[in-house]
Design a protein around this ligand. Structure first.
Ligand SMILES: [Zn+2]
Ligand SMILES: [Zn+2]
Length: 399
């Protein structure tokens, strides 16, 4: 980028220490989903200090900041919640809340979005339209914080044209921006399978229905279902994570409860494997004289980046890298992308020799990455408004 790019960089440099301080303040006081009261207060305070409008939002802990007004409208989203993990890092800004930690980088996401807002204000940026700053609660929660915001009509009332988010990504080297056109992250569905048999004495198996034996057949059959009944070019993970049943070695177990998850990168493949799993599980249980309850908890859809938006994201990054394949983790940002075009970028924060994975008690990152992410967000906004004046620059913006 040219002159506006240089101005952005200078403004971000000026604010870097403040962005780091914000990240550390949030890191010290992590809050779980729907409890992000202090984090939301901090966000409101910073926005107010810089003369940025902040609306209460739909949820007690959501904050919607706004620059400018009307159309066109670009939205930038940061999630705010921490995780139930005890931090083991020995750093000055360590979590002060026992058993809760920002181990997914959401402290960084908030800090970078606030940094971008401050830099835009410092640059004297006046959009011919609006920039929505979405500070969203409860990304980690099965009851996604994105959904109530979407259901409130936020995207439609504001006529959001495009939406973007960054996520810190330790498996990419520090400073790189991983992008992808199309599916980026997987869907996630929770499974609960309850097998009902008939209890009895182990010496008289013919008078009982062994729920453990039935459950074992179901586990093996579900893996065969993935191997033999799904398109190998559309990856699926069907994972059984817990199996619980039985009370004593000489008793035939009357029931078994199993939980698991299904991850997919294609919506049709996802629906199909869930339907087939239910059928197969039911038939196996009935075949042995038992029955089954099969519950699906649809947690997150596939995160599908719009092609034009993914290209815009890559075009504003200094070090974009096209990811060869999607990643089978899930994010609730995919919910926004079902409504409006947009893209999520994965911001590299990995360093050779350091094992600091997401959702681990050792997660941390070099805070220089905050400046890289802030700059990408600022440049997305600048590029969006300049492209609005020259629509031909956008490629493939179909939803
Ligand atoms: Zn996470
Ligand atoms: Zn996350």
């Amino acid at each position: 980028m040219n002159a506006p790019g240089e101005m952005a960089r200078a403004a971000i440099r000026q604010r870097h220490a403040e962005v780091v301080a914000i990240r550390r303040a949030i890191h010290r006081h992590p809050e779980l989903g729907y409890e992000e009261h202090e984090t939301a207060n901090l966000v409101r305070r910073v926005l107010k200090e810089h003369g940025i409008q902040a609306e209460a939002g739909v949820l007690p802990t959501s904050v919607i900041g706004r620059l400018g007004q009307g159309s066109p409208c670009i939205a930038l989203r940061a999630d705010m919640d921490g995780l139930t993990l005890q931090e083991v890092n020995q750093v000055e800004y360590c979590s002060e809340v026992k058993g809760v930690m920002h181990a997914c980088g959401h402290d960084a996401h908030v800090a970078m979005l606030l940094g971008a807002a401050m830099a835009l204000v410092d640059m004297g940026f006046r959009p011919q339209g609006s920039v929505l700053l979405l500070f969203q609660p409860a990304e980690e929660s099965p009851k996604s914080g994105a959904q109530p915001l979407i259901d409130s009509g936020l995207l439609t009332t504001n006529k959001v044209d495009e939406i973007y988010a960054l996520h810190l990504w330790p498996s990419l080297p520090k400073g790189l921006l991983g992008f992808r056109e199309g599916p980026l992250l997987a869907s996630s569905d929770g499974l609960k399978i309850v097998v009902h048999g008939v209890g009895g004495h182990c010496g008289e198996p013919h008078n009982a229905v062994d729920a453990i034996a039935v459950a074992a057949h179901i586990v093996v059959a579900l893996q065969s279902l993935v191997a033999r009944q799904t398109d190998p070019l559309k990856p699926i993970v069907l994972h059984i994570g817990t199996v619980a049943g039985g009370s004593r070695r000489s008793i035939v177990a009357s029931s078994v409860v199993m939980t698991g998850t299904v991850r997919a990168l294609d919506e049709q493949a996802r629906v199909r494997v869930l339907k087939q799993s239910r059928q197969l599980t039911t038939q196996i249980a009935e075949g042995f004289g038992g029955s089954v309850e099969f519950e699906v908890d649809p947690t997150q859809p596939v995160t599908v980046n719009n092609i034009g938006c993914a290209r815009r994201l890559a075009s504003v990054a200094d070090q974009p890298i096209e990811l060869p394949a999607p990643v089978l983790v899930a994010e609730d940002f995919g919910r926004y992308l079902r409504q409006v075009p947009g893209a999520m970028g994965l911001l590299g924060c990995g360093e050779e020799g350091l094992s600091r994975g997401l959702h681990t008690a050792t997660f941390d990152f070099d805070e220089d990455v905050l400046a890289v992410g802030t700059e990408i967000l600022v440049k997305l906004v600048l590029d969006f408004f300049s492209a609005e004046m020259q629509p031909a620059r956008l490629v493939g913006t179909s939803r």
